[in-house]
Design a binder for this molecule. Structure first.
Ligand SMILES: *[C@@H]1O[C@H](CO)[C@@H](O)[C@H](O)[C@H]1NC(C)=O
Ligand SMILES: *[C@@H]1O[C@H](CO)[C@@H](O)[C@H](O)[C@H]1NC(C)=O
Ligand SMILES: *[C@@H]1O[C@H](CO)[C@@H](O)[C@H](O)[C@H]1NC(C)=O
Length: 183
């Protein structure tokens, strides 16, 4: 008898715990995203400028001392994204984030960056790119793992192709073709 009372009491306690824990979260109807999913293609040029008076990318952590592949380095960037190849063409946004030497036997970077757009209906919207960039490969594919604003719930991928590279300074211009699914 007392066992039964204990079990009942435990169940009441458990039930109140679940009920109050449930207050902070609620399942909503996903149909609130009733809009059709869209596929947007963006082509932008990413300018990595390490040299000169006004670099847009700065190495904040040097590679490990005996690495020939920049392993261990970290470079923070706030790189212009333009609508065309020349660095002085129209700026449509900024690529903000970092790249880090993540491969010991080849030149391969971990890219972690937001493309923050600032033109037209994309102004204030972002996509987030997180991926592996073996910079000497002709085409590097990296995932788009999310986004904000126009690109809320984004997923997709980018293809990066180097258009210009100065081996003396490390400055580079890279074409990014972004294929983004969003609502
Ligand atoms: C770099 O140094 C580390 C530690 O001394 C060593 O284990 C590693 O093999 C070296 N790497 C190269 C590429 O020489
Ligand atoms: C961009 O720079 C090039 C060479 O530096 C110059 O010839 C061209 O007129 C510039 N274009 C714009 C839109 O400023
Ligand atoms: C983008 O949005 C910012 C902040 O709302 C605003 O100051 C800026 O003028 C806008 N730029 C364009 C090109 O619409």
């Amino acid at each position: 008898m007392s066992n039964l009372i204990l079990i009942l009491a435990a169940q009441i306690l458990l039930f109140t715990a679940v009920a109050s824990a449930g207050d902070f979260a609620k399942e909503l109807n996903p149909k609130r995203f009733h809009k059709k999913e869209k596929l947007t293609h963006l082509r932008v040029y990413w300018h990595d400028i390490l040299s000169g008076q006004n670099p847009t990318a700065i190495m904040i952590q040097k590679a490990v001392s005996n690495s020939s592949t920049s392993f261990g380095s970290i470079t923070m960037m706030d790189n212009a994204l333009t609508s065309d190849v020349p660095v002085n063409s129209t700026v449509v946004g900024q690529a903000q984030g970092f790249y880090a030497g993540a491969a010991q036997r080849e030149l391969g970077f971990l890219m972690a960056m937001n493309f923050a757009f600032k033109t037209g209906k994309y102004n204030g919207s972002t996509i987030t790119i997180l991926g592996r960039n073996t910079v000497f490969s002709k085409v590097r594919e990296m995932p788009v793992v999310g986004g904000s604003g126009v690109f809320r719930l984004a997923r997709g991928y980018v293809e990066a192709r180097t258009k210009w590279f100065d081996p003396k300074t490390g400055d580079a211009t890279v074409e990014y073709n972004c294929y983004v699914l969003h609502y």
